[in-house]
Design a protein around this ligand. Sequence first.
Ligand code: APR
Length: 280
Amino acid sequence: MDELERLATEVRRAETVVAFTGAGISAPSGVPTFRGDDGVWKKFDEGQFTYGRFQADPEGFWADRVELQREMFDEEYEPNAAHEALAAMGHDGDLEAILTQNTDGLHDDAAAATRKDDDAAAATREDDDAAAATRKDDLGDDGTETPILELHGNSQRVRCTDCGKRQNGDPIFERAADGELPPTCDCGGVFKPDTVLFGEQLPGAVIQRARSLACKSDVFLAVGSSLVVEPAASLPRLAASTGATVGIVNLESTPCDDVADAVVRENVTTVLPRLRDHLE
Ligand code: APR
């Protein structure tokens, strides 16, 4: 039995499976990773995007952030087969939650596409009850959809640092690109990208929820992350210490490989669809 089959067996047996993803899951969609050869941190300095810099020099921060946005999000990305496989696992009740460090929103897009496929299939049958029933299948035991926790926030949104209002970032990034540095809210407050910057605390409730999901998991799947940044570096260890089977899917070795029960060093777009096929 290979590593993937062993992992699939554990997933089948498990009551609670939690997926934890990083930039490697979005790389096949064209989104740059952070630490690869073409990684974002080869072109930019992490120090340009610290919370301290945002506070001390919001104008310079935003000028650099516009460049980063261009580098990372200048094109429309689509979810790939790996996002789709996780969305399908969530839909089928095989996944308790997706925790992601990614800020690209592609897990949400994949979940939305899965729902749309369901609705379209039901509509084809011209059966409204079926549409309603299928829609209901998306919901977990507690009546909610498979939660997607964006630990590092979302790059497509901004948040006002005064009134806290969140909104679509596109027009704000455009205003910044046109020279409004830093862009400000109607209330006069400075907008901040709705992502967690280096040196900024992750929201307490989010990190707490991520930890408790890691502790609760029977299988913890770390996918496409170098696992060097906190909390990524400690969540697989936490899951392992509370008895979870840890699976790591990543092209390169990671500092958490020593706690993993299965390490699969292959492309996420090959591995996750195969994992899902094993569950059917
Ligand atoms: N299949 C499997 N693994 C892949 C693939 C792929 N197709 N493409 C890349 N990878 C792996 C790389 O080998 C690498 O180890 O994905 C990993 C991506 O690592 P990072 O670039 O470090 O990304 P991530 O772990 O998500 O970074 C964490 O660091 O800078 C911060 O806030 C940023 O959220 C980010 C955090």
